[in-house]
Design a protein around this ligand. Sequence first.
Ligand code: IPD
Ligand code: CA
Ligand code: CA
Length: 262
Amino acid sequence: MLALEALTNRVGELAKTVGVFIRQEANHFDSSKIEHKGANDLVSYVDKEAEKLIVKGLKKILPEAGFLTEEGTELANLTDLYWVVDPLDGTTNFLHGLPVFSISIGLIQNDNVVLGVVFEVNKAECFTAYKGGGAFCNQKRISISPIKALKESLIATGFPYSLLDKKDNYFEIMKSLQVSSHGLRRMGSAAVDLCYVACGRFEAYYEFNLNPWDVTAGILIVQEAGGIVTDFKGEYTSLNGLEILAAGNIHQQVLSTIQKYW
Ligand code: IPD
Ligand code: CA
Ligand code: CA
C-alpha cells in the first residue's frame, strides 16, 4: 500500500523547489523565448525545464510509477500507477508577466486520483490532498465556501483556446452567471481555479476543453475539501478535463445554468 501522507509531503517539497526555479526565471524572462505549440498554445524553456526537474524528482520518490506529462518529457505510460504533471499551469500568464501560475502534480492509482499537489508559485501556497485525508493549504486544513446563494458567489471560468462550435453557448452561460452572481473571474490557471474553490475563495469554477494535467490534482483537492466535481451532465468527470464544473453548495444552481445553454 502507498504511504500517501508521506508521499504527498515529499511531492509538496518537490513542487516548492521547482517553484523556486520558475520564480527565478520569471524575473528575467523575455518574450523572444516564447515558442508556439499550436494556435494560442504557448510554451517556453521554463515549462520544459520545470517538467524535467519534476520528473526527475518523482522518479526518486516513486520509481515504479509511470507518467502523463504535458510537455512529453516521458512517454505517456498509463499503467495502474502514474503521475499526471503540468509543470507550469498558467503559461500564458507567465509569459506575459502576470502573477498567477502553478505546478500541478496528481497521482493516479487504478483510475482514481489518490494524491494531488498544486503549488501556486507567486503566493507560495502549496495545496495538497490525498484520498481520504482532507485538503490543505500550506499544511492548514481547507474547505469549500459555506455560501449557498448564487447571488453571493464569485465564479471562475476559463476561455478555451478553441471555442469551436460551442462559442455562443459558452458566452450565454457567462452572461447569465455574470448578472446573477458577484461576478466572474478568469485567473488563467485551471489548477489554481480548482484550489480556490477548495479553499472557498470561489464558490464555483467551470471550463471545457481542458486536459488531464490541468485538472487531475485539483479535482482531488476540491473533493477532499468537501466540494463536488462533475461534467456538464452532472456526472462524475472522468479526469479528461473536457467539461468540468467544481463547486460547493451552489453546484446544482450553476449546473442548471450551464445545462440551460449547453
Ligand atoms: C491552461 C490554463 C488555463 C486554461 C487553459 C489551459 P497551460 O494551461 O489552465 O487556465 O484556460 O485551457 O490550457 O497551457 O497554461 O498549462
Ligand atoms: Ca495547463
Ligand atoms: Ca502547462
